[in-house]
Ligand binder design. Structure first.
Ligand code: EPU
Length: 417
């Protein structure tokens, strides 16, 4: 029995950091995770003229008053996906933007056509040439009614950010509903924006003239929380996971109960107790409130323990399966057909040298390593540290025997503090 504290949500903190570019004032961001995607984002903004101070371990003051548009460093921007929120923020404040094409985990094709469609609807002329996305406009962003063809977190946030200070009222239809959409809207509203409907299919953004500073606390990371929940069930452990919003975890909780684990919910915590024999299940990843794609690899690792054939249908990305080869090196019986992962269990995993193929694939092999006897060596852990705050320290606190031997410079930048 142990307990662990969940950090702030990477995927909420990223759009909020870039949305600070809209604001000519000081902003204090609390409950920030200490992860390399955030360090890199601060480095990008610093390079553009922002003043960023670390007030304590999880609190930063951000002042983007003097930011120079179209000046972000290509080599930094391409390292992470969240940097594309700079497009909406620069377009919103300056009526123009030039940002390198974003990077992020390799899941096959990750188009940005819906972002572009939204910016164009708002009067932007968009060019993607020479590795950059460039937006220009005659008189700045204009309000628009936009219908997204797919549920997209990134494009919903980018248009919401761009529209916060645009003239008129913008409607986003078929908007993504993830908790980080609501968090970013709440942040912008705390700065004086007028956004309603975030978390539903239609978001209405009434543009305001100017935003002001505020103090804002980022929501807890539902994927970090979910990863600890799954790790507890996978190892038949008993773990209390603190600083969570249980509602955000419902799809994960439901699956854990289905396989035989016990999940007790508190106001801001969940307690997961694993079971000796795990039942098989099937999972389909879906936009929120469905089961998150960012929890798929962790579920695969855990289901190696379940009796019978479980399967996971990945409906968001066409190629989020590179981690499978690593789990099979550890003795798992997993095959992929199309977008479906079949996991044959129960199977006793065994230690092997493996790599973190991407952020969530990396945490999946870490969970697998906790499940098996012997010593597992995981390389490329810089990919895990993009999104998990002090993962080794937190797992050690839960009784894991885990050491960080060395880690490549995560994003090639100095620490943002
Ligand atoms: N899509 C398009 N066109 C677009 C945008 C998206 O076809 O213009 C498609 C994508 O190819 C994908 C689907 O729509 O099939 C969903 O993409 P979405 O835009 O929602 O994803 P994202 O903004 O690129 C964010 C997170 C991901 C997370 C997804 C889905 C950040 C920085 N990234 O990515 O997080 O998987 O939403 O929830 O917030 C992670 O944290 O490990 C991670 C990969």
């Amino acid at each position: 029995m142990g307990s662990v504290e969940v950090s702030g949500f990477k995927n909420a903190a990223l759009p909020i950091i870039y949305a600070c570019v809209l604001v000519k004032d000081k902003i204090v961001l609390e409950n920030m995770p200490n992860i390399s995607d955030i360090t890199c984002s601060f480095e990008i903004l610093r390079g553009m003229g922002a003043k960023i101070r670390m007030l304590d371990k999880t609190t930063y003051e951000v002042d983007c008053t003097d930011v120079i548009p179209c000046s972000s460093e290509y080599d930094l921007v391409r390292r992470i996906r969240g940097s594309y929120y700079l497009l909406g923020a620069e377009f919103g404040r300056f009526g123009k933007s030039r940002v390198g094409l974003p990077g992020g985990c390799d899941f096959g094709v990750r188009p940005i056509d819906q972002h572009i469609k939204g910016f164009e609807a708002m009067g932007g002329i968009v060019n993607t040439e020479g590795g950059y996305v460039e937006i220009s406009s005659e008189d700045g962003p204009k309000s628009a009614s936009i219908f997204f063809d797919v549920s997209t977190v990134g494009a919903t946030l980018n248009i919401m950010i761009a529209a916060a200070t645009a003239e008129g009222t913008t409607y986003i239809d078929n908007a993504a509903k993830e908790p980080h959409i609501v968090d970013c809207a709440n942040f912008l509203n705390s700065c004086g924006a007028n956004i309603t409907g975030a978390g539903s299919d239609v978001i209405k953004i009434r543009g305001v003239e100017e935003l002001h500073g505020c103090t804002y606390a980022i929501i807890p990371d539902m994927i970090e929380a979910g990863s600890f929940m799954v790790a507890a069930a996978a190892t038949a452990g008993s773990v209390r996971i603190n600083n969570v919003i249980p509602k955000h975890l419902e799809s994960i909780t439901a699956k854990l109960i289905e396989v035989g684990a016990d999940v007790e919910e508190f106001d801001d915590a969940v307690h997961v107790t694993g079971c000796a024999k795990m039942r098989k299940t099937s999972v389909k990843t879906l936009p929120y409130p469905g089961f998150p794609t960012d929890m798929h690899p962790q579920m695969t690792a855990m289901l190696c323990r379940a009796e019978g054939v479980s399967y996971i249908n990945e409906s968001i990305y066409d190629n989020r399966f590179r981690y499978v080869e690593e789990l099979n090196r550890m003795g798992a019986q997993i095959k992929v057909e199309g977008r479906i992962v079949y996991i044959e269990g129960p199977c006793q995993l065994s230690a092997a040298p493996v790599i973190a193929t991407d952020l969530r694939g990396g945490i999946a092999v870490m969970i697998a390593a906790l499940m098996c006897e012997g010593q597992t060596e995981i390389s490329e852990i810089n990919l895990i540290e993009r999104g998990y705050d002090d993962i080794c320290g937190k797992l050690r606190g839960l009784g894991a025997d885990i050491q960080k031997i060395s880690v490549p410079d995560p994003v090639g930048v100095k620490k943002a503090n």
